[in-house]
Ligand binder design. Structure first.
Ligand code: CO
Length: 297
């Protein structure tokens, strides 16, 4: 009895498969696209990071359609007031489907697989429930998705510190941080960074390692001068104000009050080709897996 049911299930499944393959619409031309997804920025200067990312992506994937999705509605509204039209990832995907694209590789330009990244995975799950939209959709992991990439990111960022920095000067990186459990990745990055360079520290604006922790480490190492770098894809509001601003509560003000001379180096991580390469390596995996038969991300 069981065997019979199993057999008929298998027959149904194979009949279903061959029907799918026989469907001329299903096999009609493949059109692949890439969707780069970021939180977004409304800061016109910070946009250089996105321009650089897109240029690098075009070099890596010549001739492939590349579009953008901004997850932040607030940023998109601000940009709209400036006359700049941007799409949410959902709208960008709908537009790609409308334009006849059959396969889409989404690349998260986030730093950690936190809340913003989960937004993308949930959109993709919903899109997979509507298979009429695309034949396949995949997602490339954010910057810090394994130990090796944490190490690679910290190594590459240390190379971006101005050459005049002396070993006794500190390098202080400001990550975003999150209340999500993936904030632990910042802790891992901070330890990795400090193991590479005893005077290099990483803290966060909204996570568990705060300015006080960074200050304590500076005091312990008797730091007199520090190079300040954002550890965020763009050097936008957090970098300009929370890190290097003149207000009392900025990191620069806090460090200066502690007798440390600050040298802000305000470049987003996506302005560095060697960091963009990590995101693009993840995208390459996602793009290659578009050719597989089942959905995966
Ligand atoms: Co923020």
């Amino acid at each position: 009895m069981y065997k019979k049911i199993l057999l008929s299930c298998a027959l149904l499944a194979s009949a279903g498969l061959s029907l799918l393959n026989a469907n001329p619409l299903h096999n009609k031309g493949t059109k692949k696209a890439i969707l780069l997804v970021t939180f977004g920025t409304s800061d016109p200067d910070a946009k250089v990071a996105f321009i650089n990312t897109e240029e690098e992506a075009r070099k890596r994937f010549p001739g492939v359609e590349i579009r953008w999705g901004f997850t932040s509605n607030i940023i998109r509204k601000k940009l709209k007031r400036q006359g700049i039209v941007t799409h949410s990832p959902q709208l960008a995907l709908a537009q790609l489907a409308e334009d006849g694209y059959t396969h889409v590789a989404i690349q998260s330009l986030h730093t950690i697989p936190g809340i913003e990244y989960e937004k993308i995975t949930s959109i993709v799950r919903k899109t997979e429930l509507a298979p009429a939209l695309f034949r396949k959709i995949t997602i490339g992991a954010p910057l810090l998705s394994n130990g090796n990439d944490v190490k690679r990111s910290m190594e590459e960022l240390l190379k971006q510190v101005p050459a005049e920095r002396k070993p006794e000067d500190a390098v202080i990186m400001m990550g975003h941080g999150t209340h999500h459990f993936t904030d632990l990745i910042y802790t891992a990055a901070a330890v990795t960074l400090n193991n590479m360079d005893n005077n290099a520290f990483l803290g966060t604006v909204e996570g568990s390692i705060m300015l006080d922790d960074v200050l304590a480490q500076c005091k312990k190492n008797n730091i007199k001068k520090a190079y300040l770098m954002p550890f965020m894809s763009v050097a936008g509001d957090h970098a300009k104000n929370d890190l290097a601003g003149d207000e009392d509560d900025s990191w620069k003000s806090g460090l200066t009050k502690a007798g440390i001379t600050c040298v802000p180096c305000l470049k987003g991580t996506a302005e560095f080709d060697s960091i963009v390469a990590i995101w693009l390596d993840n995208l390459e995996k996602a793009y290659k897996s578009l050719d597989g038969h089942t959905s995966s991300h």
